[in-house]
Ligand binder design. Structure first.
Ligand SMILES: Cc1ncc(COP(=O)(O)O)c(C=O)c1O
Length: 387
């Protein structure tokens, strides 16, 4: 049996090669410090695990979920947005339950675009956005995220043609991979652009909980009129260390939410009701576990950045997310530099090129190992005498 043409045209996974290289090095018995991936290293808080255990034993959880998810989970998502961002969300019409936000990001072009229509994506950006482009057979053009613009897209450089033709525009702040954050005026400009040119906005808020130096990341929906033009995707993967559970949601524009739900009616019955129950508990319980996690990440960020500066590496501290985006010394490409660090220092990082053309010149480091290992990674790099 041959696979379909649709599957044949899927983009190749740049990072599959990295994972292979790292695994080979580990199998060889090398002590690799793996800073290449984005998998939260801390466990899910125990009250959430206990909620799952309790709900898993309840026969009510053993039935099919309502197709669009339980009211309880959708209400918890709405209450979460009210509490955290003071935004009113109707649980019945403005929430779509997702098996993690990756699926929502991939589904959206299928749900609201026709073949050949145009989508605008950030570059560098989360590679899975391209999976949705390919499955829906739509076109995409990129918006460069440049350091001189604080890694925000400059809408002034979009051509009239791009603005007129774009059906969807993706944003992601706090940003993977650059660690940049956005503010409400930027989101307000985005809403104005969207209204003027009738573009649907999708804000990927995966790192919504992770902001440093006392600055809380803002929601796209805090901009006036945001719900008229777009949605925001929120995942429990990072805020509550629930990456393996596959639970997230989209909130905002009714039409876009309805389209996701319609597509999902045909693809899935919603998540295991016990996962939705525990997810609702995560969103509505005391948030001390989130505060503690943020302190942990900020401590790691500070230790790591300080050590980089000590060895003479001219780096900037990320403002949010659990990634640091570091400049590559001039004589190397990002891939060459990542290979060098793995081969000679047993430190795995992600080459910026894997996130798009404008990722060249950088590497991405995940702050997802203990502080002392992060410091050790920099000390190993120091021995290469590059800086
Ligand atoms: C920018 C960004 N968006 C979305 C996701 C997907 O998260 P999940 O599918 O676990 O909700 C990730 C995960 O790494 C991410 O980095």
């Amino acid at each position: 049996m041959e696979i379909s043409n649709k599957l044949k045209q899927l983009p190749t996974q740049f990072f599959a090669t990295l994972v292979k290289k790292v695994n080979t090095a580990i199998e060889e018995g090398r002590d690799v410090i793996n800073l290449g991936q984005g998998n939260p290293d801390q466990p899910t808080p125990s009250h959430i695990v206990e909620a799952l255990q309790h709900a898993a034993a309840d026969p009510k959880s053993h039935k099919y979920s309502p197709f669009s998810g339980t009211y309880e989970f959708k209400k918890a998502a709405a209450d979460f947005y009210k509490r955290e961002y003071n935004i009113e969300i109707d649980p019945n019409t403005e929430v779509a339950v997702l098996f993690g936000t990756k699926i929502g990001l991939v589904e959206l072009p299928l749900a609201v675009m026709n073949e050949g229509e145009l989508m605008l994506l950030p570059d560098p950006g989360y590679p899975d956005y391209l999976s949705g482009v390919s499955l829906a057979n739509v076109k995409y053009e990129t918006m460069p995220l440049l350091e001189k613009n604080n890694f925000l897209p400059d809408y002034n450089v979009l051509t009239e043609e791009q603005k007129k033709n774009a059906k969807l525009l993706y944003l992601n702040y706090p940003n993977n991979p650059t660690g940049a954050t956005a503010d409400i005026p930027f989101f307000q400009d985005t809403v104005e652009l969207a209204k003027q040119y009738n573009i649907g906005i999708v804000h990927d808020f995966a790192y919504g909980a992770i902001g440093f130096d006392g600055e809380r990341p803002v929601s796209f929906l805090q901009a006036d009129g945001a719900k008229e033009v777009g949605i925001e995707l929120y995942t429990l993967s990072k805020t509550y260390n629930m990456a393996g559970w596959r639970v997230g949601f989209a909130v905002g524009n009714k039409k876009m939410i309805e389209a996701i739900n319609l597509l999902q009616d045909h693809l899935f019955v919603s998540l295991f009701p016990a996962v939705q129950y525990a997810g609702a508990k995560a969103l509505t319980s005391e948030q001390d576990c989130v505060d503690e996690l943020m302190k942990l990440y900020e401590g790691r960020r500070n230790a790591f950045i300080q050590e980089c500066k000590r060895i003479g590496w001219n780096v900037k501290a990320p403002k949010g997310s659990f990634f640091a985006w570091l400049p590559v010394p001039e004589k190397y490409s990002s891939e060459e530099f990542a290979d060098l660090l793995l081969d000679k220092a047993d430190v795995a990082v992600a080459a910026g090129k894997g996130f798009g053309e404008y990722g060249e010149g950088y590497i991405r480091v995940g702050l997802l190992v203990d502080e002392d290992r992060l410091v050790e990674a920099v000390q190993r790099i120091e021995k290469l005498e590059i800086f």
